[in-house]
Design a protein around this ligand. Sequence first.
Ligand code: ZN
Ligand code: ZN
Length: 350
Amino acid sequence: MSIPATQTAAVFHEHGGPENVKFEEIAVPEPGQGEVLVNIKYTGVCHTDLHALQGDWPLPAKLPLVGGHEGAGIVVKLGPGVTQLKLGDRVGVKWLNSSCGNCEYCMASQESICPNAKFSGYLVDGSFQHYCVANAAHATKIPESVSLEVAAPIMCAGITVYRALKEAGVHPGEWVCIPGAGGGLGHLAVQYARAMSMRVVAIDTGVEKEELLKSLGAEVFLDFKKVPDMVEAVKEATNGGAHGTLVLSTSPKSYEQAAGWARPGSTMVTVSMPAGAKLGADIFWLTVKMLKVCGSHVGNRLDSCEAVEYVARGQVKPVYKVWPFSTLPDVYHAMHENKIAGRIVLDLSK
Ligand SMILES: [Zn+2]
Ligand SMILES: [Zn+2]
């Protein structure tokens, strides 16, 4: 396979809006020790990519930056010392590009909180380019039965909600409440939750989302534009409160409400990160209901493999539309206006 010296990449040099994204000819990177070069075929676009572009997170990003962390492609070159992958392997490039492997967190399989972790499309160049460097230990092998375009959204959205559901500690037959269930993460969360034998209360708005989420297995759908008292509605639907809550909504209000509908002793997992949001939950109820609040940020390597396996078994099917690579700025516009149902996957060949 011949690898060109240069390639087209979606780059931004300064933080700002979609107009800052330029398609430029840049060098194809060289994989270093323990790294591989991946020829990206498809990449999802995540809300985090928009935050990286806007520069509104408290974590500084690399500049200039090639974003993207839901890449799926083929290994085309091995750096020195790579033994776990070979040329032609199908792999995913995820948010956690690498971790040190030696700190207390890495030793405990908590790689996503490794202080030396490198994030794709944020601290290192990501998947919005044809050739991207990935750490061989962290690249997720994609089973033959899963197409690369289907695998792409699993690399962030899928792994994230799957791990967060584990953190929620909801047992089979118990209720998980998911505010923001109709989005890119949410529609996957509903399916993982069902596959893990949880019962789902989905919160979102509109008939389209209601139909989609019910078809994916949500037993109860509550429309936040129609239900006057969401806390009471969830308590009633779950006969006393949700056994766990996964907050995927971009409205900070969900965090406040979640403490209200939480069953005593349950866990509320924070996943979405509305810019500048603070936890508004009532400390009185957090205390007397003995609630746990738990942040969850992507997953480890095993979570990643397991998340893809659910797809291979047909239990989870991402809902997505394929757009040409050149439309990335339009995806950001649509995202900004909250107009995307499911996920947009970019086809790098177009
Ligand atoms: Zn580490
Ligand atoms: Zn992401």
